[in-house]
Design a protein around this ligand. Structure first.
Ligand SMILES: Cc1cc2nc3c(=O)[nH]c(=O)nc-3n(C[C@H](O)[C@H](O)[C@H](O)COP(=O)(O)OP(=O)(O)OC[C@H]3O[C@@H](n4cnc5c(N)ncnc54)[C@H](O)[C@@H]3O)c2cc1C
Length: 392
């Protein structure tokens, strides 16, 4: 039975239905990614370096300050728009996706929620216009158990002295600003963890070794060295000892964007597989004519669509101010699973050429692997989901 006009008017829109603004934004980012990033993807992957010029264009287009209000020089957009941007960029290059992801959904987001008025006035215009940001929580000895960090912050009155090392810090090679966590009261355990706003030029701060990675090769991942790094007291974000809350809640949002990165990647793998299947002939016809190949493509399409629904739902919940913790964990868990599977299937559809660097799918396969590791491993997502299930 068709729905009545009243029912249609009051029904919430379908998850994948975009507003006119969202459609325009998506189109603009897609066009930019295809025209301005795609020509350099292979070169950047091989060199392990992301082009500064593209980062400059990210700022110029407002892609580094999507949710930052216009009064601070940002776009005054939504979290959902940031998700669309990460998906579109990742469909061309997942390294491009993660740069914009960390800036918007983690760093800018944290400042918007927890920074003081003075901190916002000082840093948000820079983050929107010219300064790349990093989020520095992990260390060699503390990954999943993030609050077991060894980096210490010593209270010296008008400043803190930070000592320790951070590891795996995305964007660090390019960043001028670091949202960094250190423990100011180790005896209090996680209740000593404090969030600091650290500038690259602060004395005692240094960016260390850059990792040579399997995938996301052009996105920088570096060590940070804090050797009596002097951070003014006014650069503590939120309260001393309340950084654990900032770290957790920021990652809860950020992992929706990792889901977006993974659906962009999976979508690209599917598109490449479809295009190749139409072209490649065996037994006198395109391999797309064989039902065995068609079914592989169909299964990939189902996975991408299901993952997109999870990601969009979590993002829409977040923008609506509704609880989204479990949904975000599901979105990240599932999208990263299917990204790896879809990229792997896309290679198989390509046959032998799929594993060569002459075709884009081997890179997508390499890039997919990290999705199940960073911003909380798949096991950590399952823990979050299971906790909710069994809570009384
Ligand atoms: C490319 C890249 C970029 C990154 N970017 C950043 C960044 O910008 N900022 C930042 O702070 N960090 C970053 N990280 C760090 C990332 O978040 C950690 O690598 C991740 O949280 C996992 O920590 P770990 O590597 O120490 O693995 P571990 O925590 O040692 O985990 C190893 C294995 O043990 C499993 N495991 C651990 N504990 C449990 C448990 N309780 N139950 C079940 N299984 C468990 C894990 O699931 C995993 O399979 C990045 C990492 C990489 C590789």
């Amino acid at each position: 039975m068709p729905a009545t006009p009243d029912a249609i008017e009051t029904a919430p829109p379908p998850l994948t239905a975009l507003s006119e603004d969202e459609k325009f934004f998506q189109f603009t980012v897609r066009k930019f990614a295809r025209e301005q990033i795609r020509p350099y993807v292979r070169e950047m992957d091989e060199a392990g370096v992301f082009r500064q010029e593209i980062i400059r264009q990210f700022f110029e287009m407002g892609l580094m300050g999507i949710e930052i209000p216009e009064e601070y020089g940002g776009q005054g957009g939504t979290f959902f728009q940031a998700i669309l941007a990460v998906e579109e960029l990742s469909a061309v290059d997942p390294s491009a996706g993660v740069i914009v992801d960390v800036q918007n959904t983690i760093c800018n987001n944290a400042l918007l929620r927890w920074a003081s008025a003075g901190q916002k006035a000082k840093y948000l215009p820079r983050l929107a216009q010219n300064t790349v940001a990093s989020y520095a929580l992990s260390e060699a000895g503390s990954g999943s158990d993030a609050f077991a960090m060894a980096t210490r912050a010593e209270d010296r009155g008008d400043h803190f002295l930070l000592n320790g090392r951070k590891l795996w810090i995305t964007n660090a090679a390019e960043a001028g600003f670091f949202l960094l966590f250190a423990n100011a009261d180790p005896a209090a355990g996680y209740k000593g963890v404090t969030a600091f706003l650290v500038e690259r030029e602060f004395p005692g701060f240094q960016v260390g070794k850059k990792e040579d990675k399997l995938g996301l090769r052009s996105s920088s991942t570096c060590e940070l060295i804090l050797d009596n790094c002097r951070v003014p007291r006014e650069n503590v974000m939120g309260e001393v000892g309340k950084g654990y809350k900032i770290a957790i809640e920021t990652l809860n949002e950020g992992r929706i964007a990792i889901g977006a990165q993974m659906i962009g990647l999976a979508r690209a793998a599917l598109e490449h597989a479809v295009a190749y299947a139409r072209e490649r002939k065996q037994f006198g016809k395109p391999i797309a004519d064989f039902q065995g190949v068609q079914f592989e493509l169909a299964k990939m399409a189902v996975d991408v669509e299901a993952a997109r629904l999870l990601v969009y739902n979590a993002a829409r919940l977040r923008d609506a101010g509704l609880p989204f913790l479990t949904e975000a964990a599901m979105a990240k868990y599932y999208s990263s699973e299917i990204a790896e599977k879809t990229a792997s299937r896309a290679i198989e559809v390509h046959g032998g050429v799929g594993v060569t660097r002459d075709y884009p799918v081997e890179k997508l396969y390499r890039d997919a692997k990290i999705g199940r590791i960073y911003e909380g491993t798949s096991n950590m997502q399952l823990l979050t989901i299971a906790k909710k299930l069994i809570a009384r």
